[in-house]
Design a protein around this ligand. Structure first.
Ligand SMILES: *[C@@H]1O[C@H](CO)[C@@H](O)[C@H](O)[C@H]1NC(C)=O
Ligand SMILES: *[C@@H]1O[C@H](CO)[C@@H](O)[C@H](O)[C@H]1NC(C)=O
Length: 339
């Protein structure tokens, strides 16, 4: 079957990797799946024009009900949709957008939510036949860049000659490393939109010893850094919006067998069970305390690493994700003939 797959594809976003992974699941079942950026289309009629070209498309898939799904409203082909980050957190608040999303959901053959919570929220705000929304968490697949050298990395990270035991590195707008402690925070999202905060962070970094700013990296390089860290830390004070759904960095760290230290907020606590598959902290003092525990208690470290890996294998299985999408695309394939 020839399938059109629409998503927001700005490079390096979690969105892009998610879309690529789903595309490969579909193609490995023998279909052709053409991934296109929503930015390539101005209106639903553009998409309708594209799908009628020869050989014509036979079905479609979109990540994001509003941003991508709405472009499918003019086509006569069976399609499915996947909830995107801002759909339920943001777009539904705008009544016009919400109505469009409802139309998309009604027309879609199926919808996929990455979490049970998201499905419940969607069913609460959008009219939809109950059975239409499936829950399929994102498969976690961490590809690690092969070549990696700490010295090179640290040189490029405004590294100086002192050889302190604890180093804090902030990579790009998003990731912070604590020497062998790697901290992910969403301060980045805020930095981008908030120049005052960026300036503040930069000023603090300048004053502190052992704190360095580094460039943002590609996912594979980031994973390479992560893998070599003592621990990955998520210090977000609030739930990121799209990031919470599309970038599951805590789970990536777990997959790479790196212990996770996360701030005790609902989004993190939903994944990290304190002392079981990671550690939670609520204050800077507790952060220090928990990091020290992790440094001195090897049994604890081994336990959280082992359980973290199990968590990802059980709850973010790529194999299961693949089976789900292949099964769902089959329903589109069949729908084509019954339409
Ligand atoms: C950190 O956790 C918050 C809350 O769960 C999440 O929104 C954010 O995306 C996470 N940041 C990273 C870089 O994983
Ligand atoms: C998978 O997630 C569920 C729900 O959060 C949790 O109860 C379960 O323990 C997880 N599996 C593993 C192996 O951690």
């Amino acid at each position: 079957m020839k399938l059109l797959f629409l998503a927001c594809l700005s490079p390096k976003t979690g969105n892009y990797t998610t879309a690529e992974r789903i595309r490969s699941h579909i193609e490995s079942a023998g279909h052709t799946c053409e991934l296109r950026d929503v930015a390539d289309f101005l209106s639903p009629s553009d998409v309708a024009h594209l799908v009628s070209q020869n050989p014509p498309f036979q079905g479609a898939l979109a990540i994001h009900l509003f941003k991508a799904g709405r472009l499918l409203l003019d086509i006569q082909l069976p399609f499915g949709v996947i909830f995107g980050g801002t759909d339920i957190n943001e777009d539904v608040k705008d009544e016009q957008k919400r109505v469009v999303m409802e139309q998309v959901l009604l027309k879609a053959r199926f919808a996929v939510a990455f979490t049970e919570k998201l499905k419940e929220e969607a069913e609460f705000v959008l009219v939809s036949p109950q059975s239409k929304i499936y829950v399929q968490p994102q498969g976690i697949q961490t590809e690690v860049a092969e070549k990696f050298c700490w010295t090179e990395f640290l040189m490029s990270s405004e590294w100086h000659s002192e050889n302190h035991l604890n180093i804090l590195i902030i990579i790009g707008p998003k990731y912070i490393i604590f020497k062998h402690l790697f901290i992910c925070s969403d301060s980045g999202a805020r930095q981008k939109v908030d120049p005052a905060l960026t300036a503040k962070v930069e000023a603090v970094v300048k004053r502190a010893t052992g704190v360095f700013l580094a460039q943002e990296r590609s996912q594979r390089k980031l994973h390479a850094v992560m893998k070599r860290c003592f621990a990955v830390v998520n210090s977000s004070e609030s739930e990121g919006m799209s990031a919470a759904i599309l970038e599951v960095n805590i789970c990536k760290a777990m997959d790479l067998r790196v212990p996770v230290l996360a701030r005790n907020i609902p989004g993190n606590a939903a994944v990290v069970k304190h002392g079981v598959n990671g550690l939670l902290f609520s204050s800077p003092q507790e952060f220090v305390h928990q990091s020290q525990r992790l440094l001195s208690d090897h049994k604890l470290r081994e336990r959280v690493v082992r359980n973290g890996k199990l968590y990802v294998e059980e709850n973010h299985s790529v194999k299961q994700e693949k089976e789900t999408y292949q099964r769902l695309v089959d329903t589109l394939h069949k729908a084509q003939f019954s339409a």
